[in-house]
Design a protein around this ligand. Structure first.
Ligand code: ADP
Length: 224
């Protein structure tokens, strides 16, 4: 779909309410994110950050408004699973790795059903682990890795299918300060060395400052 879009992500007047309209989680959000931008979405707790990220991941739909990601209209998506597998990569605060699989196998799981041979999957997983500086730890299971190492495996997994967009929800939220710095450096280097666009939700202004641009949300709206 990518016919050199000027915007990788475009959201127009997104609205989402809960509890029969009592809570306006998103109250008319309009934003544009360019290809290869590294953007932070920040704001106080409850301002709508996760709701917005869930919409970008097609995990939820707006009540009204439109969202387009790499040319895909997310309000009219026929194969959301395929979109989530092929167009985006998702990273959460808690890494959601499978504890009984080793680091390499956790990444291979993300490639299931993509038509690649076991050998290709293994090679790609090894390449990704090397890229996130975990070469040599391929056989370790999540309980045998530090929090920062687990988050780097989760980032490698999110990149498995060459996504156009990496969506990260508080990816540094559960890490100590050294691991936060390392994770942010990794995201910055990914953006520099590949053509991925990164959208990171964080409530932490110091983390947001590591990106190219910060979009502030307040009460479900983009604030100046
Ligand atoms: P943030 O990620 O910035 O903390 P959220 O997007 O999680 O904010 O939430 C925005 C608002 O919507 C909050 O008032 C929250 O309580 C409310 N909200 C989010 N999800 C739901 C839900 N499933 N049901 C009811 N209210 C929700």
């Amino acid at each position: 779909m990518s016919d050199m879009p000027t915007a990788m992500i475009e959201a127009i007047d997104l609205r989402k309410s809960y509890d029969g309209g009592v809570i306006e989680a998103l109250d008319g959000v309009t934003l544009t994110i360019a290809p290869q931008e590294f953007v932070a979405i920040t704001g106080p707790s409850g301002c709508g950050k996760s709701t917005l990220l869930h919409m970008l991941a097609a995990l939820d739909r707006p009540d009204s408004g439109t969202i387009t990601v790499d040319g895909h209209d997310l309000t009219d998506l026929h194969q959301p699973n395929r979109y989530r597998r092929d167009v985006i990569g998702l990273v959460f605060q808690l890494h959601n790795l499978l504890p009984h699989l080793n680091a390499r196998q956790n990444i291979e799981v993300a490639m299931m059903g993509t038509g690649h041979s076991r050998k290709e999957q293994r090679a790609r997983a090894n390449e990704l682990l090397a890229a996130v500086d975990l070469g040599g730890l391929e056989e370790r299971r999540p309980p045998q890795l530090s929090g920062g190492e687990r988050q780097r495996v989760a980032i490698a997994r999110a990149l498995a299918n060459h996504p156009q967009v990496l969506l990260a929800d508080e990816p540094t939220g559960s890490l100590d300060s050294a691991a936060v710095e390392r994770t942010l450096a990794l995201l910055a280097s990914l953006r520099r060395d590949s053509d991925v666009t990164i959208v990171m939700v964080t409530h932490d202004p110091v983390v947001a400052a590591a990106t190219d641009r910060t979009i502030h949300l307040r009460d479900g709206r983009v604030s100046a």
